[in-house]
Each structure stands twice: as structure tokens, then as C-alpha cells.
Write a protein that binds this ligand. Sequence first.
Ligand code: KG4
Ligand code: ZN
Length: 345
Amino acid sequence: MIVMGIESSCDETAVALIERGENNRVLDEQIKSQIPLHAIYGGVVPEIASRSHYETIDYLAKEALQKTGLTVKDIDLVSFTRGPGLIGSLLVGLSFAKGLSYTHKIPLVGVDHIYAHIESAFIDNPGIEYPLIALVVSGGHTTLFYLPNKFEARVVAKTRDDAVGEIMDKIAKFFGLGYPGGPILDKLHPGGDPRRYSFTKPRMSDGSNDFSFSGYKTAVIRHPEAANMDTDSRDFTDLVASFMHSVTDYMLAKTLEGVEEYGVKSVLVAGGVSRNTLLREKFSRTFDGDKVKLYLPKPRYCTDNASMVAWLGYETHQAYPERDYFDYSLNSYSRAGFRDKGKFR
Ligand code: KG4
Ligand code: ZN
């Protein structure tokens, strides 16, 4: 079966063609990152994002078809990101997918973006065993899930304020380092001393298990010594290294708690921040495969992409073939999103 995946929830426009069934592989993926368009603003500007999706999506679809030597007639299923994301951006992907489905009579499926991030780990690891713990860390989300099976996900902990990628982006913006901040801080910290500055790990006063990251952001940008630091200095590199180690240890500790509480077989980390070198090292060292196996998507499947959307679309269509997404609207997503039911649907 050939599946076309369409991703347009934030600042990446992407179209992928995958083959599922007897062969399971990504045939081609075309991604247009909008980072250069948003970089001067230090963050994603929603109107610019939706306009850029609109201008590029059909071109990317044509390119993917051309690269694979396929035609629209070869597509057996269209899968699009139905949310969460920027409403104008989501609308572009949804409208394009519906147009394709209606004109060429191709079945249509809409998938949850966060769950697609979880699914991204399965692209190269079909044998991941349930139950599992999944940590989704990106610019918009930081959530720890417990999944007893493929289509059930319980939120174990979620951020009460900023997402972890968001604070990295904000810290880098504050110090004038550029956008997005995550990859910049990733490259900057290795020379620094992680023990030079200490950060208090957040704890919820109401005893809840949730994450909180905004305190980290304030502690870095309002650090008493930071005001006089040159970003090229050793002091600044030490500050970034201390922050990166502390925030990674915090996510690791919460994941370990989840693993122990739920007695899972597998752990996976997904989303843009799972590209982070330090996070990958620390998690790999901790989950060395003895009792619990760790799965990390390939770097290109960590950040937003359409292969994960196509992969999950196929799984959803196999499990629920009767589902028809043609009448689907973004309005119905906000009413029936997985958060209400504790299920990805
Ligand atoms: O998953 P994603 O592409 O988009 C969302 O769904 O949010 O994640 C983007 C986030 C940004 O905050 C970016 O700074 C972060 O992922 N990111 C990284 C790295 N690469 C991207 N954070 C830390 N280290 C990286 N290497
Ligand atoms: Zn994402």
C-alpha cells in the first residue's frame, strides 16, 4: 500500500510517500523548513507560516511523486496532521489532503501530531514492545505518556507552562544567539563545565507529577552573572552546559519514575528535542537494554516530518478502516481530541 503523508502543523511543510504492507519503508520525503522566514522574528509567525504552507505544499507533493516515479493513481491512502498545531497551518494541509482524496477517490485519514511523533520511533523499529513509556519533547509539547497498547495513551506528566524546546528557543533568543535555540545550545555546551552553576529541579507545590520548565528559563536569563557575560566567554558556555545537563537530568529522572511505576518493556523519546546529543547520550547510558529497551527515532524523524504522519495514518486505517475523515473539521478535533478521552483516536 502506498500512503501519502502531509504535515503542516507548524513551521515545516512536508509531504512523504511510504510503502506499507509487505514492504515497510519510506520512499521519499520532501520537507520545506520555514526557519529562515521566522528566524528574524525569533519565533514562528502564524500568518507567515500558513502562507508559506499554502505556497509550497502542492510543489512538494509533485516533487515526491516525481522522485519516486509514482503518480497520484498509485496512492492508496492520504494521511494528514489533524492537530494540534497552528490553525491556519493545519487548514492548509487538511484542505490539500481533502482535495486530493475527493478528486482521486482516495481514502483519507487524519492523525494526531503528538501521537505521530511517538509513531516516528516505529519507522525503523517495528518490533517495539508494549507497554511503553513515551516522552514527547518538542517546541510545543513536553508530555510523558504511558501506552498499554497502540491506540491507548495515558498522560503521566505534562508541562504546566513552557515546553522544553520552547525554553531553549527563548533562552537563545534572549542572548541573541539565533533561532531555533535547541540546536544552537546543543552545539554550544559541550566545551562547558556542567557543575559550575546549579539549578533547582522544579517540584509542584500541589504534589502533582507534572513538569515545569519556565523556572529554568528565568534562572538562566536572570542569572545574576548572566547580565555581564559575553556569549563567547567560558562563563557563558559553563552556564549553558549547566542548564543543559540539569534540564536533561530532570527529564530523565521523570522518565525513570514512569518506567518504574508502570513496569514497561520499552521507552521511547520523540519530538524535536529528542535530536539533542546530550539527551540521546544520557538516555542511552541509562536504558542500556537490560530490562527496558530504549528507542530513539533517527534524527530526521525527530523534528516535524510527514513520514511519521503517513506511518501512523496506515496504522489507523488498518485498525479502523471504517473511519471516514472526509467530514472532519478542525473544530471537531478540538472537541474530540485525545486529551478528553485519554485515547488517540
Ligand atoms: O518537533 P518539532 O520539530 O516541532 C514541534 O512540534 O514543536 O520541535 C522543534 C523544537 C524546537 O524547540 C527546537 O529548538 C528543538 O525542537 N530542537 C532541538 C534540537 N533540534 C531541534 N532541541 C535540542 N537539541 C537539538 N539538537
Ligand atoms: Zn512536532
